[in-house]
Design a protein around this ligand. Structure first.
Ligand SMILES: [Zn+2]
Length: 486
């Protein structure tokens, strides 16, 4: 029977919008609902937003839900359950939400101007202060008068909900990889903005400011509390210190989203862990001719690097290592008293990362023993592992409502989610603590991240803050309308 109806509908109507129009007119309801259940709720909401059919959109969704409550729907790679979809539909169909979405789109030129201003304030690792001061000022002007800079250097602003709701954190990172002296002036050529850090994370920071203004000016009261954070220390040497501090200071966080860079087809639900060491070799040192026969720190280091270079690691879960830098020695005619290499190890699996580190320590100890034995212990080389980076591994289950709401928001702004990814972002910290977390992009496209030629292209870039707006409201709930999903 359903197959017959479905076939009939295919002949009668070609799109959701057409279907919604028919629904509004009071006809073809049954056929439409069959068509709708074959699609996904997010797409229906998206069609609704484009068609500006408000009450009919909700009616269509509820009808589809009623006919199809035994089955989960899919939004790209994420399976969405009916209750989450129904709550999200309530948010997306709210007239205040729709008006604000239009305002976000209209304000995109100003959002881009802000992105340029932020990018032009240098923010090297451990040198984010000037940018943080500007950012906290912007937070205050956009409806968070109590925003402040915390002890770690994060710009933090809290928007309270009605009480008893969840605490949701949404963040973007202030720091770049570029040293203070880097030229960060922005150049616009052929529709592209060029500057170091323009996308990573100039875009995320700007999308977050637009989000703050959108929520505080919408007239909407949220159920949950929202903590907005412009955080320090995401890039390399920062070692996620900003978000580590946030989770120390606020132990009851229920969900976390990081807006990092551009794009709007990806969602990071896995956190690649890393351990980084400066491995330091020390010995007596001496003259290359007269003291010949003595142990050498550089020779010991060479033996260690050779052994590390031969280690085998699994492809799945992806596990990697490299000796990134070497330094040491005094002069060409000295037996080296010191030597050091820096080692980066990463894995998508915590146990594999620990196994790799144990192997590295083992072969390094063997190398040192071999060097000492080679010269009959004439002098002694010792080795020290100094930890210089520690990012915990973690993941958020694709079934978690946070991921489901995000997938619906992607579809609602007509930018369907293509894949779930694993990478190293600020979300590693909450993931490792068992707090649901994802990292998304701020819209538009980009290239050359972490290089001086970094660029940003604002095609459909307004969809970034729109997505963040729908996602945030979907998660914290709207007073008198929808329930929080955290
Ligand atoms: Zn980034």
């Amino acid at each position: 029977m359903f197959a017959v109806v479905r076939q009939f509908f295919r002949l009668q109507a070609g799109s959701y919008r057409d279907c919604l129009v028919r629904l509004q007119a009071g006809s073809y309801g049954r056929h439409c609902s069959v068509r709708l259940q074959a699609g996904s709720y997010g797409r229906i909401v998206g069609a609704c937003l484009q068609a500006n059919l408000r009450s009919s959109c909700l009616a269509a969704l509820l009808l589809a839900l009623g006919l199809n409550n035994a089955h989960a729907q899919s939004a790209g790679p994420v399976s969405v359950n009916d209750e989450v979809a129904a709550q999200f539909a309530l948010v997306a169909a709210d007239p205040r939400v729709q008006t604000t979405l239009e305002q976000i789109a209209a304000a995109e030129p100003e959002t881009l101007a802000e992105q340029v201003r932020i990018t032009e304030i240098p923010a090297p690792p451990f040198g984010e202060q000037r940018r943080a001061e500007y950012y906290v000022q912007q937070m205050r002007q956009r409806g968070l008068p109590d925003a402040f800079i915390d002890a770690e250097g994060n710009a933090v602003g809290l928007l309270r909900g009605t009480g008893d709701g969840p605490l949701f954190v949404i963040a973007a990172h202030l720091d770049t990889v570029f040293p203070l002296e880097t030229d960060v002036s922005v150049e616009l050529r052929d529709g592209r903005y060029y500057a170091p850090g323009i996308s990573d994370d100039g875009r995320g920071l700007t999308a977050l400011l637009t989000l703050i203004e959108a929520i505080t000016s919408s007239g909407i009261r949220t159920v949950g509390d929202i903590l907005f954070v412009g955080n320090v220390g995401e890039e390399g040497p920062g070692d996620l210190r900003g978000i580590k501090a946030i989770f120390r200071d606020y132990p009851d966080i229920d969900g976390f989203v990081s807006i990092d860079g551009s794009g709007l087809t990806r969602m990071t639900t896995g956190g690649t862990g890393s351990r980084r060491f400066a491995v330091e070799f020390t010995g007596p040192g001496g003259h290359s001719f007269s003291a010949f026969g003595m142990v050498s720190a550089i020779h010991a280091m060479g033996r260690a690097i050779t052994r590390i270079g031969d280690l085998q690691v699994p492809q799945t879960p992806r596990t990697t290592f490299t000796v990134g830098t070497v330094t040491g020695g005094t002069s060409v005619n000295s037996i080296a008293a010191d030597a050091m290499f820096e080692l980066d190890m990463r894995s998508n699996d915590a146990a594999e990362l620990a196994r790799l580190e144990a192997r590295v320590r083992e072969v390094t100890a063997q190398a040192v023993a071999e060097e000492n034995a080679r010269w009959d212990n004439n002098g002694e080389i010792t080795v020290n592992f100094r930890l210089i980076g520690d990012r915990p591994t973690g993941s958020t289950a694709p079934e978690h409502p946070l991921v489901q709401v995000a997938a619906l928001a992607f579809e609602a702004v007509d930018s369907p989610l293509e894949a779930l990814r694993t990478s190293s972002t600020d979300s590693n910290i909450p993931m490792s603590l068992g707090v649901p977390a994802i990292t998304i992009g701020g819209g538009g496209s980009s290239g050359g991240e972490h290089a001086p030629e970094e660029w940003y292209e604002p095609t459909d870039s307004h969809k970034g803050p729109q997505l963040a707006f729908l996602l945030t409201l979907g998660l914290v709930g709207i007073e008198g309308l929808s329930a929080p999903q955290l």
